[in-house]
Design a protein around this ligand. Structure first.
Ligand code: PGA
Length: 219
C-alpha cells in the first residue's frame, strides 16, 4: 500500500476552546496505528503552539503545518509570521492556496515564500488552484486543489485529478501529489486509489473530528 498524506486545513476557523475540543475528540477515537497514513493538521498559526504541546503530551501520530508563511525573513515586517518562527511548531507549510492567491499572492511572492520555507527546513505543500499552474521545481509535495471544487460540494472527478497529478509528477522532485476540493468520507477513496494521487487536502470536512477520522479511515 502506498503511503498517504491526509492533510486538514482548518482555514480561519475555530476558537481556542474549539481547538481543544477537536483535539480531545479526535484523540479519543484515533487508532494510533494508522498504517501508511501520515496525518497533518494545519490550524490557524496562533494555535500551533497549543496544538504542538497537546500532540507531544498525548504522544499522537500527528504532524503540524502552517497555512501560510511570510515571504520575508524576520525583521521590520509588521504582521508577518516568518518561517523561522513557524518551524519551532510545525514541519509543513501550505503555500499558494487559492484563497491566498485571491488575496494577492503572485507567483513571485509564492516563490519567495517557498524560498523562506526551504531555508528553515519547512516542507512546502504547494497548491495549484488550476491545472495550468506550475509548482516551483524544488517543491516535493504538490496539491491539485482546483478553485471550482473548493468548498463547493462539486469535486473534480478522480480520473481528471489523476491525469493532472500525472502531469505534476513529470517533475521528478515531486514525491507526493494530493487532491483537494470537496473531499468527504464518501468520496475520498475514489481519489486515493488513483495511481498518481497519494493524499488529500481537506478543508470543510476536517472541521469536525469525527468526519475527518472517517476520511482517514476510508482513504
Ligand atoms: P474544501 O477545501 O475541502 O472545503 O473544499 C479544500 C481546500 O481549500 O483545500
Amino acid at each position: 500500500m502506498k503511503p498517504l498524506l491526509i492533510v486538514a486545513n482548518w482555514k480561519s476557523n475555530k476558537s481556542k476552546d474549539e481547538v481543544e475540543k477537536w483535539l480531545r475528540e479526535f484523540t479519543d477515537k484515533l487508532q494510533k496505528e494508522q498504517l501508511n497514513k501520515e496525518i497533518i493538521i494545519c490550524p490557524p498559526c496562533v494555535y500551533l503552539p497549543f496544538c504542538a504541546s497537546f500532540i507531544r503530551e498525548n504522544n499522537l501520530p500527528i504532524k503540524l503545518g502552517a497555512q501560510d508563511v511570510s515571504s520575508f525573513p524576520p525583521g521590520a515586517h509588521t504582521g508577518e509570521v516568518s518561517a523561522s518562527m513557524l518551524k519551532d511548531f510545525s514541519e509543513f507549510v501550505i503555500i499558494g492556496h487559492s484563497e491566498r492567491r485571491k488575496n494577492g499572492d503572485t507567483e513571485d511572492v509564492l516563490a519567495q515564500k517557498v524560498k523562506q520555507a526551504k531555508e528553515q527546513n519547512l516542507e512546502t505543500i504547494y497548491c495549484l488552484s488550476d491545472a495550468r499552474q506550475q509548482a516551483p521545481q524544488e517543491v516535493a509535495i504538490v496539491a491539485y486543489d482546483p478553485s471550482f471544487a473548493i468548498g463547493s460540494g462539486n469535486p473534480d472527478t478522480p480520473e481528471n485529478a489523476n491525469n493532472v497529478a500525472g502531469k505534476i509528477r513529470e517533475n521528478k522532485n515531486v514525491r507526493h501529489v494530493l487532491y483537494g476540493g470537496s473531499v468527504t468520507p464518501s468520496n475520498v477513496n475514489g481519489f486515493t486509489q488513483m495511481e498518481n494521487i497519494d493524499g488529500v487536502l481537506v478543508g470543510g470536512a476536517s472541521l469536525d473530528p469525527h468526519e475527518f477520522l472517517e476520511i482517514i479511515n476510508n482513504a
